[in-house]
Design a protein around this ligand. Structure first.
Ligand SMILES: Nc1ncnc2c1ncn2[C@@H]1O[C@H](COP(=O)(O)OP(=O)(O)OP(=O)(O)O)[C@@H](O)[C@H]1O
Length: 410
Protein backbone atom coordinates (compact mmCIF):
# COMPACT_ATOMS: atom_id res chain seq x y z
CA UNK A 1 0.00 0.00 0.00
CA UNK A 2 1.23 3.54 -0.75
CA UNK A 3 0.08 6.85 0.77
CA UNK A 4 0.90 10.41 -0.43
CA UNK A 5 1.39 13.43 1.91
CA UNK A 6 2.15 17.08 0.97
CA UNK A 7 3.79 19.18 3.75
CA UNK A 8 6.36 21.97 2.78
CA UNK A 9 10.08 20.92 2.24
CA UNK A 10 9.57 17.61 4.05
CA UNK A 11 6.76 16.92 1.75
CA UNK A 12 9.00 17.59 -1.28
CA UNK A 13 11.70 15.21 0.01
CA UNK A 14 9.18 12.55 0.87
CA UNK A 15 7.60 12.91 -2.56
CA UNK A 16 11.02 12.34 -4.18
CA UNK A 17 11.57 9.20 -2.07
CA UNK A 18 8.17 7.83 -2.98
CA UNK A 19 8.88 8.46 -6.68
CA UNK A 20 12.17 6.58 -6.42
CA UNK A 21 10.43 3.63 -4.68
CA UNK A 22 7.78 3.50 -7.39
CA UNK A 23 10.48 3.50 -10.11
CA UNK A 24 12.24 0.58 -8.38
CA UNK A 25 8.98 -1.35 -8.10
CA UNK A 26 8.24 -0.77 -11.78
CA UNK A 27 11.75 -1.94 -12.71
CA UNK A 28 11.35 -5.10 -10.57
CA UNK A 29 7.99 -5.79 -12.16
CA UNK A 30 9.48 -5.39 -15.64
CA UNK A 31 12.35 -7.79 -14.76
CA UNK A 32 9.89 -10.39 -13.51
CA UNK A 33 7.72 -10.00 -16.59
CA UNK A 34 10.79 -10.43 -18.80
CA UNK A 35 11.84 -13.59 -16.93
CA UNK A 36 8.36 -15.10 -17.22
CA UNK A 37 8.17 -14.27 -20.93
CA UNK A 38 11.63 -15.79 -21.51
CA UNK A 39 10.69 -19.04 -19.82
CA UNK A 40 7.48 -19.19 -21.84
CA UNK A 41 9.10 -18.58 -25.22
CA UNK A 42 12.23 -20.75 -24.78
CA UNK A 43 11.26 -23.65 -22.51
CA UNK A 44 7.63 -24.40 -22.91
CA UNK A 45 7.75 -25.08 -26.74
CA UNK A 46 10.32 -27.85 -26.05
CA UNK A 47 7.72 -29.73 -24.03
CA UNK A 48 4.97 -28.88 -26.48
CA UNK A 49 6.81 -31.19 -28.97
CA UNK A 50 6.14 -34.19 -26.67
CA UNK A 51 5.18 -36.94 -27.38
CA UNK A 52 7.03 -37.79 -30.61
CA UNK A 53 4.89 -38.73 -33.65
CA UNK A 54 3.72 -42.33 -33.88
CA UNK A 55 5.14 -44.90 -36.26
CA UNK A 56 3.06 -46.17 -39.22
CA UNK A 57 3.19 -49.70 -37.84
CA UNK A 58 1.42 -48.79 -34.67
CA UNK A 59 3.08 -46.39 -32.33
CA UNK A 60 6.47 -46.89 -30.79
CA UNK A 61 7.19 -44.23 -28.21
CA UNK A 62 10.90 -43.97 -28.94
CA UNK A 63 12.19 -43.43 -32.42
CA UNK A 64 15.50 -45.13 -31.70
CA UNK A 65 13.68 -48.40 -31.14
CA UNK A 66 12.09 -48.09 -34.56
CA UNK A 67 15.45 -47.33 -36.10
CA UNK A 68 17.05 -50.32 -34.38
CA UNK A 69 14.37 -52.74 -35.54
CA UNK A 70 14.44 -51.49 -39.14
CA UNK A 71 18.21 -51.52 -39.32
CA UNK A 72 18.46 -55.07 -37.91
CA UNK A 73 16.04 -56.24 -40.66
CA UNK A 74 18.26 -54.74 -43.30
CA UNK A 75 21.46 -55.81 -41.62
CA UNK A 76 22.27 -58.75 -43.87
CA UNK A 77 21.74 -56.69 -47.00
CA UNK A 78 23.33 -53.46 -45.73
CA UNK A 79 26.30 -54.37 -43.58
CA UNK A 80 27.61 -50.82 -43.71
CA UNK A 81 26.03 -48.50 -41.16
CA UNK A 82 26.24 -45.60 -43.59
CA UNK A 83 24.35 -47.46 -46.29
CA UNK A 84 21.78 -48.78 -43.88
CA UNK A 85 20.90 -45.32 -42.74
CA UNK A 86 21.05 -43.88 -46.21
CA UNK A 87 18.59 -46.46 -47.51
CA UNK A 88 16.12 -45.88 -44.74
CA UNK A 89 14.20 -42.90 -46.07
CA UNK A 90 11.76 -43.05 -43.20
CA UNK A 91 14.56 -42.18 -40.86
CA UNK A 92 14.81 -38.81 -42.60
CA UNK A 93 18.34 -39.18 -43.95
CA UNK A 94 19.79 -36.46 -46.05
CA UNK A 95 23.04 -36.05 -47.92
CA UNK A 96 24.94 -32.94 -46.96
CA UNK A 97 26.91 -30.83 -49.36
CA UNK A 98 30.11 -32.78 -48.72
CA UNK A 99 28.35 -35.94 -49.84
CA UNK A 100 28.22 -37.36 -46.31
CA UNK A 101 25.19 -39.23 -45.09
CA UNK A 102 23.50 -37.40 -42.27
CA UNK A 103 20.80 -38.68 -40.03
CA UNK A 104 17.78 -36.63 -38.92
CA UNK A 105 15.14 -38.07 -36.59
CA UNK A 106 11.75 -38.30 -38.32
CA UNK A 107 9.90 -36.02 -35.94
CA UNK A 108 12.28 -33.09 -36.34
CA UNK A 109 11.27 -30.45 -38.79
CA UNK A 110 13.53 -29.52 -41.65
CA UNK A 111 14.86 -26.47 -39.88
CA UNK A 112 16.32 -28.53 -37.05
CA UNK A 113 20.08 -28.76 -37.31
CA UNK A 114 21.27 -32.15 -38.61
CA UNK A 115 23.83 -34.33 -36.92
CA UNK A 116 26.45 -36.54 -38.63
CA UNK A 117 26.63 -40.31 -37.94
CA UNK A 118 29.90 -41.88 -36.85
CA UNK A 119 32.19 -42.34 -39.86
CA UNK A 120 32.88 -46.01 -39.23
CA UNK A 121 31.34 -48.59 -36.88
CA UNK A 122 34.79 -49.80 -35.98
CA UNK A 123 36.22 -46.40 -35.01
CA UNK A 124 36.90 -46.26 -31.32
CA UNK A 125 35.52 -42.80 -30.56
CA UNK A 126 32.48 -41.74 -32.55
CA UNK A 127 32.41 -38.00 -33.28
CA UNK A 128 30.57 -35.91 -30.71
CA UNK A 129 27.13 -34.95 -31.89
CA UNK A 130 25.74 -31.57 -31.01
CA UNK A 131 22.51 -32.15 -29.14
CA UNK A 132 19.78 -29.62 -29.76
CA UNK A 133 16.92 -31.39 -27.97
CA UNK A 134 16.16 -34.46 -25.89
CA UNK A 135 15.30 -36.41 -29.08
CA UNK A 136 18.71 -35.70 -30.55
CA UNK A 137 20.17 -37.33 -27.46
CA UNK A 138 18.03 -40.44 -28.04
CA UNK A 139 18.97 -40.67 -31.69
CA UNK A 140 22.63 -40.77 -30.71
CA UNK A 141 21.87 -43.60 -28.29
CA UNK A 142 19.91 -45.28 -31.05
CA UNK A 143 22.93 -45.18 -33.31
CA UNK A 144 25.13 -46.71 -30.64
CA UNK A 145 22.62 -49.49 -29.97
CA UNK A 146 22.28 -50.06 -33.70
CA UNK A 147 26.04 -50.29 -34.13
CA UNK A 148 26.36 -52.78 -31.28
CA UNK A 149 23.49 -54.87 -32.69
CA UNK A 150 25.03 -54.79 -36.15
CA UNK A 151 28.45 -55.80 -34.84
CA UNK A 152 26.90 -58.67 -32.90
CA UNK A 153 24.89 -59.77 -35.93
CA UNK A 154 28.03 -59.66 -38.15
CA UNK A 155 30.01 -61.68 -35.61
CA UNK A 156 27.27 -64.30 -35.43
CA UNK A 157 27.00 -64.49 -39.20
CA UNK A 158 30.78 -64.91 -39.54
CA UNK A 159 30.81 -67.65 -36.91
CA UNK A 160 27.88 -69.43 -38.61
CA UNK A 161 29.67 -69.25 -41.99
CA UNK A 162 32.89 -70.65 -40.50
CA UNK A 163 30.95 -73.45 -38.79
CA UNK A 164 29.14 -74.31 -42.04
CA UNK A 165 32.45 -74.52 -43.95
CA UNK A 166 33.98 -76.65 -41.16
CA UNK A 167 30.96 -78.99 -41.16
CA UNK A 168 31.06 -79.29 -44.93
CA UNK A 169 34.79 -80.11 -44.86
CA UNK A 170 34.28 -82.72 -42.12
CA UNK A 171 31.39 -84.22 -44.05
CA UNK A 172 33.47 -84.39 -47.23
CA UNK A 173 36.45 -85.79 -45.33
CA UNK A 174 34.30 -88.52 -43.76
CA UNK A 175 32.68 -89.51 -47.06
CA UNK A 176 35.76 -89.21 -49.17
CA UNK A 177 39.26 -88.88 -47.70
CA UNK A 178 40.53 -88.00 -51.18
CA UNK A 179 37.99 -85.26 -51.87
CA UNK A 180 40.65 -82.56 -52.29
CA UNK A 181 42.52 -84.55 -54.94
CA UNK A 182 39.23 -85.49 -56.56
CA UNK A 183 38.34 -81.83 -56.81
CA UNK A 184 41.76 -81.00 -58.28
CA UNK A 185 41.48 -83.81 -60.84
CA UNK A 186 37.95 -82.76 -61.81
CA UNK A 187 39.10 -79.18 -62.17
CA UNK A 188 42.00 -80.27 -64.34
CA UNK A 189 39.77 -82.50 -66.47
CA UNK A 190 37.28 -79.68 -66.97
CA UNK A 191 40.07 -77.63 -68.56
CA UNK A 192 40.88 -80.37 -71.11
CA UNK A 193 39.57 -80.60 -74.65
CA UNK A 194 38.56 -84.28 -75.05
CA UNK A 195 38.87 -85.75 -78.55
CA UNK A 196 39.08 -89.56 -77.96
CA UNK A 197 39.62 -92.31 -80.54
CA UNK A 198 36.68 -92.89 -82.90
CA UNK A 199 35.69 -95.91 -85.01
CA UNK A 200 36.12 -93.74 -88.10
CA UNK A 201 39.78 -92.85 -87.35
CA UNK A 202 42.31 -94.33 -89.80
CA UNK A 203 44.38 -97.39 -88.78
CA UNK A 204 48.07 -96.59 -89.12
CA UNK A 205 50.20 -99.62 -89.99
CA UNK A 206 53.38 -99.78 -87.91
CA UNK A 207 55.96 -102.51 -87.43
CA UNK A 208 55.42 -102.30 -83.71
CA UNK A 209 52.32 -100.76 -82.22
CA UNK A 210 52.22 -99.92 -78.52
CA UNK A 211 48.79 -99.13 -77.06
CA UNK A 212 47.32 -98.62 -73.63
CA UNK A 213 43.79 -99.32 -72.48
CA UNK A 214 42.14 -97.74 -69.47
CA UNK A 215 39.52 -99.78 -67.68
CA UNK A 216 36.74 -98.10 -65.68
CA UNK A 217 36.73 -98.20 -61.88
CA UNK A 218 34.93 -101.29 -60.66
CA UNK A 219 32.20 -101.28 -58.01
CA UNK A 220 34.55 -102.01 -55.12
CA UNK A 221 36.87 -99.18 -56.12
CA UNK A 222 33.94 -96.77 -56.42
CA UNK A 223 32.68 -97.80 -52.97
CA UNK A 224 36.15 -97.26 -51.54
CA UNK A 225 36.07 -93.75 -53.10
CA UNK A 226 39.26 -94.44 -54.98
CA UNK A 227 40.52 -91.82 -57.37
CA UNK A 228 40.30 -92.02 -61.14
CA UNK A 229 43.78 -90.69 -61.87
CA UNK A 230 43.86 -91.32 -65.65
CA UNK A 231 42.63 -88.94 -68.33
CA UNK A 232 42.56 -89.73 -72.03
CA UNK A 233 42.21 -86.41 -73.82
CA UNK A 234 43.07 -87.59 -77.35
CA UNK A 235 43.51 -90.87 -79.27
CA UNK A 236 47.23 -91.04 -78.51
CA UNK A 237 47.66 -89.10 -75.26
CA UNK A 238 47.31 -90.13 -71.66
CA UNK A 239 47.64 -88.07 -68.49
CA UNK A 240 48.36 -89.57 -65.07
CA UNK A 241 47.29 -87.26 -62.22
CA UNK A 242 49.64 -88.20 -59.44
CA UNK A 243 48.50 -87.00 -55.99
CA UNK A 244 51.41 -85.48 -54.08
CA UNK A 245 51.98 -83.75 -50.78
CA UNK A 246 54.58 -81.12 -49.90
CA UNK A 247 56.51 -81.11 -46.62
CA UNK A 248 54.12 -78.45 -45.27
CA UNK A 249 51.26 -80.95 -46.04
CA UNK A 250 49.96 -78.90 -48.97
CA UNK A 251 48.32 -81.24 -51.45
CA UNK A 252 48.98 -80.93 -55.15
CA UNK A 253 48.81 -82.92 -58.38
CA UNK A 254 51.66 -83.88 -60.63
CA UNK A 255 50.15 -84.34 -64.09
CA UNK A 256 52.36 -86.58 -66.21
CA UNK A 257 51.74 -86.77 -69.95
CA UNK A 258 52.41 -89.92 -72.00
CA UNK A 259 52.10 -90.63 -75.71
CA UNK A 260 51.30 -94.02 -77.33
CA UNK A 261 50.28 -95.20 -80.78
CA UNK A 262 46.73 -95.49 -79.48
CA UNK A 263 45.10 -94.83 -76.15
CA UNK A 264 41.76 -96.50 -75.45
CA UNK A 265 39.62 -94.85 -72.81
CA UNK A 266 37.13 -96.63 -70.52
CA UNK A 267 34.32 -96.30 -73.06
CA UNK A 268 36.15 -98.26 -75.81
CA UNK A 269 34.87 -101.72 -76.70
CA UNK A 270 36.96 -104.85 -77.42
CA UNK A 271 35.99 -104.56 -81.09
CA UNK A 272 37.57 -101.11 -81.32
CA UNK A 273 40.72 -102.33 -79.56
CA UNK A 274 40.92 -105.27 -81.97
CA UNK A 275 40.46 -103.04 -85.02
CA UNK A 276 43.47 -100.84 -84.15
CA UNK A 277 45.78 -103.54 -82.66
CA UNK A 278 45.49 -107.23 -83.70
CA UNK A 279 43.54 -107.00 -86.92
CA UNK A 280 46.49 -105.64 -88.98
CA UNK A 281 48.60 -108.55 -87.62
CA UNK A 282 46.23 -111.19 -89.12
CA UNK A 283 46.75 -109.70 -92.54
CA UNK A 284 50.52 -109.71 -91.94
CA UNK A 285 50.66 -113.50 -91.24
CA UNK A 286 48.65 -114.27 -94.38
CA UNK A 287 51.22 -112.31 -96.33
CA UNK A 288 54.09 -114.42 -95.01
CA UNK A 289 55.00 -112.36 -91.95
CA UNK A 290 55.25 -113.24 -88.29
CA UNK A 291 53.21 -111.46 -85.65
CA UNK A 292 52.97 -111.38 -81.90
CA UNK A 293 50.27 -109.79 -79.77
CA UNK A 294 51.32 -109.30 -76.22
CA UNK A 295 49.09 -108.10 -73.34
CA UNK A 296 50.86 -106.78 -70.30
CA UNK A 297 49.54 -105.28 -67.07
CA UNK A 298 49.15 -105.74 -63.37
CA UNK A 299 46.60 -108.15 -62.00
CA UNK A 300 43.02 -106.92 -62.46
CA UNK A 301 43.98 -104.38 -65.11
CA UNK A 302 41.87 -106.06 -67.84
CA UNK A 303 44.13 -108.42 -69.81
CA UNK A 304 41.67 -111.34 -69.72
CA UNK A 305 38.77 -109.02 -70.45
CA UNK A 306 40.59 -107.71 -73.54
CA UNK A 307 42.15 -110.95 -74.82
CA UNK A 308 39.56 -113.52 -73.74
CA UNK A 309 36.34 -111.52 -73.99
CA UNK A 310 34.02 -109.36 -71.93
CA UNK A 311 32.48 -110.77 -68.79
CA UNK A 312 28.75 -110.92 -68.26
CA UNK A 313 28.67 -111.71 -64.57
CA UNK A 314 30.85 -114.83 -64.32
CA UNK A 315 30.27 -115.83 -67.96
CA UNK A 316 32.87 -114.72 -70.47
CA UNK A 317 31.89 -113.96 -74.05
CA UNK A 318 34.81 -115.56 -75.94
CA UNK A 319 33.54 -114.31 -79.28
CA UNK A 320 34.31 -110.77 -78.37
CA UNK A 321 37.86 -111.14 -77.06
CA UNK A 322 40.97 -110.64 -79.19
CA UNK A 323 41.47 -114.47 -79.49
CA UNK A 324 37.92 -114.98 -80.76
CA UNK A 325 38.07 -112.01 -83.12
CA UNK A 326 41.44 -113.19 -84.50
CA UNK A 327 40.00 -116.71 -85.03
CA UNK A 328 37.04 -115.28 -86.95
CA UNK A 329 39.30 -113.25 -89.22
CA UNK A 330 41.80 -116.10 -89.74
CA UNK A 331 39.05 -118.46 -90.99
CA UNK A 332 37.56 -115.67 -93.12
CA UNK A 333 40.98 -115.13 -94.78
CA UNK A 334 41.37 -118.94 -95.30
CA UNK A 335 38.26 -118.96 -97.49
CA UNK A 336 39.30 -115.77 -99.30
CA UNK A 337 40.10 -116.57 -103.02
CA UNK A 338 43.49 -114.91 -102.66
CA UNK A 339 44.65 -117.31 -99.91
CA UNK A 340 42.39 -120.38 -100.44
CA UNK A 341 44.81 -121.99 -102.93
CA UNK A 342 47.73 -121.78 -100.49
CA UNK A 343 46.38 -124.66 -98.38
CA UNK A 344 47.14 -123.07 -95.05
CA UNK A 345 46.24 -124.98 -91.89
CA UNK A 346 45.60 -123.49 -88.48
CA UNK A 347 46.88 -125.00 -85.25
CA UNK A 348 46.81 -123.68 -81.67
CA UNK A 349 48.80 -124.26 -78.52
CA UNK A 350 48.35 -122.68 -75.11
CA UNK A 351 50.91 -122.50 -72.37
CA UNK A 352 51.16 -120.57 -69.18
CA UNK A 353 54.31 -118.92 -67.85
CA UNK A 354 53.97 -118.73 -64.10
CA UNK A 355 57.10 -117.29 -62.55
CA UNK A 356 59.95 -119.48 -63.73
CA UNK A 357 57.63 -122.36 -64.58
CA UNK A 358 55.83 -123.13 -67.84
CA UNK A 359 52.67 -125.26 -68.02
CA UNK A 360 50.93 -126.80 -71.04
CA UNK A 361 47.26 -125.81 -70.81
CA UNK A 362 46.21 -128.28 -73.55
CA UNK A 363 47.92 -131.22 -71.72
CA UNK A 364 46.44 -131.02 -68.25
CA UNK A 365 48.95 -128.38 -67.14
CA UNK A 366 51.96 -130.52 -67.71
CA UNK A 367 55.25 -128.78 -66.85
CA UNK A 368 57.32 -127.77 -69.87
CA UNK A 369 60.94 -126.79 -70.42
CA UNK A 370 62.03 -123.78 -72.43
CA UNK A 371 65.31 -124.31 -74.28
CA UNK A 372 67.36 -122.79 -77.07
CA UNK A 373 67.93 -124.90 -80.23
CA UNK A 374 71.05 -125.01 -82.43
CA UNK A 375 69.88 -121.94 -84.34
CA UNK A 376 69.53 -120.01 -81.05
CA UNK A 377 65.75 -120.09 -81.37
CA UNK A 378 63.76 -120.43 -78.16
CA UNK A 379 61.68 -123.63 -78.12
CA UNK A 380 59.05 -124.80 -75.65
CA UNK A 381 59.90 -128.49 -75.59
CA UNK A 382 56.95 -130.89 -75.88
CA UNK A 383 54.26 -128.23 -76.27
CA UNK A 384 50.94 -129.66 -77.48
CA UNK A 385 49.72 -128.27 -80.78
CA UNK A 386 46.14 -128.94 -81.93
CA UNK A 387 44.81 -128.37 -85.40
CA UNK A 388 41.80 -126.09 -85.47
CA UNK A 389 39.29 -126.45 -88.29
CA UNK A 390 36.88 -123.66 -87.49
CA UNK A 391 36.56 -120.64 -85.28
CA UNK A 392 34.20 -122.47 -82.93
CA UNK A 393 36.97 -124.94 -82.03
CA UNK A 394 39.19 -122.04 -81.19
CA UNK A 395 36.56 -120.63 -78.77
CA UNK A 396 36.43 -124.07 -77.19
CA UNK A 397 40.18 -124.13 -76.64
CA UNK A 398 40.18 -120.58 -75.36
CA UNK A 399 37.47 -121.58 -72.90
CA UNK A 400 39.45 -124.60 -71.69
CA UNK A 401 42.60 -122.56 -71.40
CA UNK A 402 40.86 -119.82 -69.44
CA UNK A 403 39.59 -122.32 -66.90
CA UNK A 404 43.00 -123.89 -66.49
CA UNK A 405 45.21 -120.86 -66.13
CA UNK A 406 45.86 -119.14 -62.85
CA UNK A 407 44.23 -115.75 -62.23
CA UNK A 408 43.69 -113.52 -59.30
CA UNK A 409 40.73 -111.23 -59.68
CA UNK A 410 40.57 -108.17 -57.44
N1 LIG B 1 37.60 -102.32 -70.24
C1 LIG B 1 36.90 -102.88 -69.25
N2 LIG B 1 35.61 -102.56 -69.09
C2 LIG B 1 34.89 -103.12 -68.12
N3 LIG B 1 35.37 -103.96 -67.20
C3 LIG B 1 36.65 -104.30 -67.29
C4 LIG B 1 37.49 -103.79 -68.32
N4 LIG B 1 38.71 -104.32 -68.16
C5 LIG B 1 38.61 -105.13 -67.10
N5 LIG B 1 37.40 -105.13 -66.59
C6 LIG B 1 36.96 -105.90 -65.42
O1 LIG B 1 38.00 -105.89 -64.46
C7 LIG B 1 38.10 -107.11 -63.79
C8 LIG B 1 39.52 -107.62 -63.89
O2 LIG B 1 39.84 -107.81 -65.26
P1 LIG B 1 40.72 -109.04 -65.77
O3 LIG B 1 40.31 -110.29 -65.08
O4 LIG B 1 40.63 -109.00 -67.24
O5 LIG B 1 42.14 -108.60 -65.25
P2 LIG B 1 43.51 -109.36 -65.55
O6 LIG B 1 44.47 -108.31 -65.92
O7 LIG B 1 43.31 -110.45 -66.51
O8 LIG B 1 43.83 -109.92 -64.12
P3 LIG B 1 44.79 -111.18 -63.80
O9 LIG B 1 46.17 -110.78 -64.17
O10 LIG B 1 44.63 -111.36 -62.34
O11 LIG B 1 44.28 -112.30 -64.61
C9 LIG B 1 37.10 -108.03 -64.46
O12 LIG B 1 35.95 -108.13 -63.63
C10 LIG B 1 36.74 -107.35 -65.74
O13 LIG B 1 35.38 -107.58 -66.09
Amino acid sequence: MFSFFYNGRDDVRREAEVRSDVRKMLLDTLIWLWLIAKSMFFRIPAFVQLPPPKDQDGGKMFPYLIEERESSKKLSRNPSPKRSLANDDRAGDTINRLGQNVFTPRYQNSRSPVSSPPKSPTSKKPPKIKRESMFDYKSEAARKVEMIARGREERRQKQADERAIRDQMNHLEQNNPNWEFEQMINEYKSSLDFRPLRESDPVVENQITVCVRKRPLNEKEINRRELDVISVPTKNQLIVHEPKQKVDLTKYLENQHFRFDYVFDESCSNDLVYKFTARPLVKTIFEGGMATCFAYGQTGSGKTHTMGGEFRGKQQNFKNGIYGLVAQDVFRYLTHPKYARMNYSVSASFFEIYGKLVFDLLAKKQRLRVLEDGKQQVQVVGLTEKVVNKALSNYHYVCDMSILRRTRTL
